[in-house]
Design a protein around this ligand. Structure first.
Ligand SMILES: [Zn+2]
Length: 604
């Protein structure tokens, strides 16, 4: 309870020194409003989540009943959170924030942020934006991809980019995957303006600024942070870039290019290259098959109990949907694994389709990470509206950290899932991981973030979308288009998030950076184990640490919280340290090779 006690003592001091200035009365009045907001918000949120749960767990072909109900519940939540009355109250209290407690101020900021996506005062702009957004999503997902005159799926195109060594075929597949951008350009142009116009009435500078504000940061601060990540990983990225150019040129029997042609890479955007070092990780498929899906669901709970968390509530087991629906079932369900907090209180569930294999092993532990995070902050000290991660990156960081830890050798050995002393190629495994985590930073923190900054904060005209995009791709990823990409294309819009999850792609970078910060802290300070070979199982110190980090939810400033828990600023250094053994290995291989990326990244 350290952090919570710290908060309340601040509150006491604060109100003591303000007594006599009328702040007691203001705080009391504010609290009446907040109590009623939290209660109403919880009721409407719960109804919406129940409708969404139904929609995702019982899909009956041709029956649109649950879709209609979910749409209505969505609208009810939007009109409550965006209502003029709530916006006016939040603004009124934020104008006297010096008289309120920090916890009250955080709630008002959160109320205003929730309103920002659908403020009634923006008038028909919000409705037009929602419509444009849905239209853009259906244009993206309804697009018919064609290859050699035949309809193909994006999965077919990905398969070619992952498997084929025929550069002509690869070029065709890559180009086919980018055709959809042309159909999304007009929509992106209108969304650029509508998104900005829907948040400016609440005082945000633009849509990029709005999203950064949820971190309590201005857009310049956010850009400074994402650029810091790029600078931190740059030396290792430069080695990986050099290694990949030579590796790929040999593979395709071409001369070594200065920059990597986009169609040479195993991913449509070059966002992760782990296929280039395709080592089979620690494969535990066959033993998991003998254990079964239910064993995995319960063993994962046992893991969290072993480090000191409680058992999952009976309602979790009754209400969750954990296993695939039988083939003869009259309904189907969403197969994407997820963790749900339906009422921001006791109703927690998970939607999965657990099958006994290695991927699902880490997925179950990942989803339970979210579940135990929900449980940890569902306490009276954390108001309903602040029951979420310390920032948008935290939740995913913990889920992914559990996924990473659950596949390390000592963890698996301890459970008897692999034999003791099993030999594996550790350098290749590390290279494979770096081609995922490190390669993602110049893409996520660089190209995606800086493009959306240009789009919303600098308001670049539609006639410069593609040039802006490819300048960034070359600068940060060292990748170039295989052929001239004029402004008739809109290659940025081929990425889902640009269309329907705008201006928050850096969340993925933040989650990955945090993951390695927390994992390093646990390995060094609590377990005293090599971060590449840890075993969290049974260690109560790990559990206590996690509970301390999780139980505050969003009720405290995440930067102070990071300082209080791991005594650090946000930094990609632990991620770089984790991959340190790889630097020497790559430098040896790259000796005598030409490097084409500068020593340091350049920013505008
Ligand atoms: Zn997750």
């Amino acid at each position: 309870m350290k952090t919570m006690l710290f908060v309340s003592s601040v509150v006491v001091l604060f109100s003591a020194c303000k007594s006599g200035t009328g702040s007691d009365a203001s705080q009391k009045q504010a609290q009446v409003y907040l109590d009623s907001y939290n209660a109403d918000y919880q009721k409407i949120l719960y109804a919406d989540n129940l409708a969404q749960w139904e929609l995702n767990t019982r899909i009956v072909k041709g029956d649109t009943t649950s879709q209609v109900l979910a749409d209505e519940a969505d609208k009810a939540l939007a009109s409550y959170t965006g209502s003029k009355a709530n916006i006016d109250s939040a603004k009124k209290y934020l104008a006297i924030k010096d008289e309120l407690t920090p916890l009250q101020v955080r709630q008002f900021e959160s109320i205003l942020f929730n309103a920002g996506n659908n403020p009634a005062i923006a008038g028909d702009v919000v409705e037009r934006r929602i419509k444009a957004n849905n239209q853009q999503t259906s244009n993206l997902y309804g697009f018919k991809y064609m290859l050699d005159g035949k309809a193909v799926t994006t999965g077919d195109l990905d398969e070619i980019l992952q498997q084929s060594t025929d550069l002509t075929q690869r070029l065709k597949a890559w180009e086919a995957s980018k055709e959809v951008g042309k159909t999304l350009k007009v929509g992106l142009d209108s969304l650029q303006h509508l998104r900005n116009a829907s948040v400016t009435p609440l005082g945000y500078k633009d849509y990029f600024d709005y999203n950064a504000k949820e971190y309590g940061m201005g857009e310049d601060e956010m850009l400074k942070l994402t650029r810091q990540f790029i600078s931190e990983v740059w030396p290792l990225y430069r080695e990986l870039h050099t290694w990949a150019r030579y590796e790929l040129a040999a593979k395709y029997k071409q001369s070594v290019p200065d920059y990597i042609p986009a169609h040479w890479l195993p991913n449509r955007w070059g966002q992760e290259w782990s296929q280039l070092a395709d080592v089979k990780g620690l494969n535990i498929d066959s033993i998991l098959k003998t254990k079964g899906a239910e064993w995995m669901a319960h063993e994962s709970e046992k893991f969290y109990q072993s480090i000191g968390f409680g058992a999952l509530p009976a309602s979790f087991w009754q209400n969750s949907s954990l296993y695939p629906v039988p083939a003869d079932s009259p309904f189907s369900k969403n197969n994407h694994a997820s963790a749900w907090h339906l009422d921001n209180d006791k109703d927690i569930r998970s939607l999965q389709s657990i099958v006994p294999n290695t991927d699902y092993w880490s997925t179950v532990l990942h989803e339970y990470g979210h579940i135990y995070y929900y449980i940890s902050y569902s306490i009276p000290q954390v108001p309903i509206i602040l029951r979420t991660g310390a920032n948008r990156g935290y939740h995913e960081a913990f889920g992914s950290m559990m996924g990473l830890a659950s596949l390390q050798k000592p963890f698996l050995e301890g459970l008897g899932l692999i034999p003791k002393g099993l030999q594996t190629n550790d350098t290749l495994k590390l290279l494979n991981e770096a081609l995922n985590y490190i390669v993602h930073i110049p893409w996520g923190s660089g190209v995606m973030t800086e493009f959306e900054y240009a789009l919303y904060a600098k308001n670049i005209p539609e006639g410069q979308y593609n040039k802006t995009w490819w300048d960034l791709v070359k600068r940060y990823q060292g990748i170039v288009p295989p052929t001239e990409r004029g402004e008739q294309y809109c290659d940025a819009a081929t990425k889902t998030h640009i269309n329907d999850d705008a201006a928050q792609y850096y969340d993925y970078s933040i989650a990955n950076v945090l993951l390695f910060q927390f994992h390093k802290y646990i390995a060094d300070t609590i377990l005293h184990q090599d971060p590449h070979a840890t075993n969290y199982w049974g260690n109560k110190g790990v559990g206590t640490f996690l509970q301390n980090v999780m139980k505050t939810g969003a009720s405290v400033d995440w930067r102070e919280h990071l300082k209080n828990t791991i005594n650090s600023e946000m930094s990609a250094k632990p991620m770089v340290d984790y991959f340190e053994p790889l630097m020497g290995y790559l430098k040896k291989i790259n000796a005598g090779r030409k490097y084409t990326l500068a020593d340091k990244p350049t920013f505008d």
